[in-house]
Design a protein around this ligand. Structure first.
Ligand SMILES: NC(=O)c1ccc[n+]([C@@H]2O[C@H](COP(=O)([O-])OP(=O)(O)OC[C@H]3O[C@@H](n4cnc5c(N)ncnc54)[C@H](O)[C@@H]3O)[C@@H](O)[C@H]2O)c1
Ligand SMILES: [Zn+2]
Length: 354
């Protein structure tokens, strides 16, 4: 078991049973309410129920997927809490991916001005990214995460056992955030990561612990996303635009799949603007290519993609903001790039697709 300590809470990584039982029983909550989606209720709840054994809890189940991360689902969750006469001494356990973590945390953090909650992330993406950093929220008026708050959980319990039932494609998608953490902050770990050839034979506890540590360090130095936390956007400026573009196509990409392509493009921007070496660029390209699908980004969509980047809510004055790397393991935030350079980076990516 690895324990990462933050000033306000602990993150437990490994076989979480003991730590989880201690946490729940020590605090003598009036009630335990577990929020799951239909998939985590099927695949993860039986494991968690065994971990909790004689500790009583009630389950609130919601439909899965980003489309349900909205105010209507929150109403259902708040109604269930009301219906169960939940008071302020209760604990909410969020068992699921980033959707459950963000929305369950938001519901708990606002119910009766806030009750305790813990995160038990069950996707790789939520284990290395969404469950750490205190950002909670839901989608509103077609804008992702537009309503929410910063609030820390009582603790985060990360158990790789849940990854056994996670579809392979979701594992690969979440792995993109692990790649990102290495590229922005840890060259040595990047070197060892490249030895990974098969995601079915990975020591997840070690890899997740390392990745979470990087995110924790960045988040701690900038809890409210005023500056250096933007480092975590590497690959995401172009990646988000690619994700939105393919969303309406016949072959939508998962978040991490789009971010992987975004990292290739932004590595190329780092090469153009920051002096990332050609060798480093090619190393990044060849590693990502071994793991991720590589759709062509149609040339006639470049302008639309640039437009999507310009309208990103993180921009000031329509200037497109990048976090670039140079060398691998070091990140430079608040970098701008000309549209021609951005297009060149997408051309570069396309030219590498076989
Ligand atoms: N708060 C943050 O800092 C932060 C950071 C990154 C992403 N996010 C948010 O996270 C969300 C995406 O998270 P996600 O990728 O985990 O998506 P998700 O929660 O939708 O989970 C993906 C799918 O996997 C299923 N699933 C989850 N665990 C499973 C398991 N162990 N076995 C089988 N199936 C399982 C889910 O039911 C769902 O269908 C987005 O809403 C995004 O905005 C938040
Ligand atoms: Zn991401």
């Amino acid at each position: 078991m690895d324990i990462i300590k933050l000033p306000e809470y602990n993150i437990y990584i490994g076989h979480i049973q003991r730590a989880l039982r201690h946490f729940v029983t020590d605090r003598q909550y009036s009630q335990h309410l577990l929020i799951a989606d239909e998939n985590t209720a099927t695949h993860c709840l039986p494991i968690l129920a065994e971990y909790l054994a004689d500790i009583p809890f009630k389950v609130i189940t919601i439909p899965p997927g980003e489309v349900h991360k909205n105010i209507q689902t929150c109403e259902k969750i708040w109604s269930s809490l009301m219906h169960n006469q939940t008071d302020r001494r209760a604990l909410v356990l969020n068992l699921g991916g980033g959707v459950i973590g963000d929305m369950g945390g938001f519901c708990a953090g606002t119910f009766k001005r806030g009750i305790d909650f813990i995160q038990i992330p069950t996707t790789l993406l939520s284990q290395v990214d969404a469950s750490v950093g205190g950002k909670l929220g839901i989608d509103f008026a077609d804008i992702k995460n537009s309503i929410g708050l910063f609030k820390n959980p009582g603790a985060v319990f990360i158990d790789p056992v849940f990854l056994k039932t996670l579809p392979k494609r979701e594992i690969t998608s979440g792995f993109a955030e692990i790649i990102k953490h290495c590229l922005i902050a840890d060259r040595d770990q990047w070197n060892s990561l490249q030895l990974v050839k098969n995601l079915e034979q990975v020591d997840w506890t070690a890899l997740i612990a390392h990745s979470v540590l990087i995110k924790k360090q960045i988040v701690e130095s900038d809890p409210f996303e005023k500056g250096i936390r933007k480092a975590l956007n590497f690959g995401h400026t172009i990646g988000h635009a690619i994700e939105s573009y393919f969303l309406s196509s016949k072959t939508p990409l998962l978040h991490g799949e789009a971010i992987a392509l975004g990292m290739i493009c932004e590595a190329h921007l780092s090469f153009q603007r920051q002096g990332l070496t050609n060798q480093e660029l090619e190393q990044i390209l060849s590693f990502i290519k071994t793991l991720y699908p590589q759709p062509i980004i149609p040339r006639d969509s470049f302008q639309e993609l640039i437009h999507l980047m310009q309208n990103d809510k993180k921009n000031v004055d329509k200037k497109i903001n990048f976090s670039l790397i140079q060398p691998i393991g070091q990140v430079h935030v608040n970098q701008e790039a000309e549209t021609d350079e951005i297009k060149a980076s997408m051309h570069y990516y396309n030219s590498t697709v076989n």
